[in-house]
Design a binder for this molecule. Sequence first.
Ligand code: C5P
Length: 222
Amino acid sequence: NETIRIAIDGPAAAGKSTVAKIVAKKLSYIYIDTGAMYRSLTLKALNKNIDLEDDEKLTDLLVHTDIELKQGERGQNVLVDGKDVSLEIRSNIVTNNVSHVAKHSSVRRDMVKRQQLLAEEKSVVMDGRDIGTHVLPDAEVKIFLIATVEERAKRRYEENLKKGFASNLEELKEEIKQRDQIDSKREAAPLMKADDAIEIDTTSLSIDDVANRILQEVNKLM
Ligand code: C5P
């Protein structure tokens, strides 16, 4: 019984988690949302008024933080120290601060260890920024999803509408650009396509197109 690990990386709001969830469900693999882990630490640090530039304090906080990704009926729930924070970690304040927390190499070291443990001897779909390059460098399938920033902002805008709130398209675009910039320019495991990753431009593709394209790659291995 061979395990297959699918790494999905790419810039913010490129549709990684949506597609990852579909692929995981189709294959009955475990879905691991690594962004949710960085968001969880960010939420806790913000609540405790910890300076997000203080890597020592953040790393110490992380050591004392339990992050659980729980597969529920309706997707994944995120529990921090036993408390469900699934909605809170998607708030604007967390989204606009998470890249500052994620840039610290000491924080990443701990997170990567946790992520590797979660994937140990299991077939998984893991999405993030450094999965193909650092977390699972030997992943059997590596995907790098991209889309224009206009398209990504539009998708986020429509997602927000469905959730019941309006947002400013230009503002969303700026926030996405800003996050990509910090994630790509950081020293520790920056957002980057792995040499052996397959790049898929999703700008004019449907969610199902993208999922099927990834499933095709997995089928080649079976
Ligand atoms: O994927 P998501 O948008 O939830 O990720 C939130 C943030 O967490 C990213 O913008 C990035 O700063 C950080 N992240 C990371 N490495 C990962 C996953 C997320 O640095 N593997």
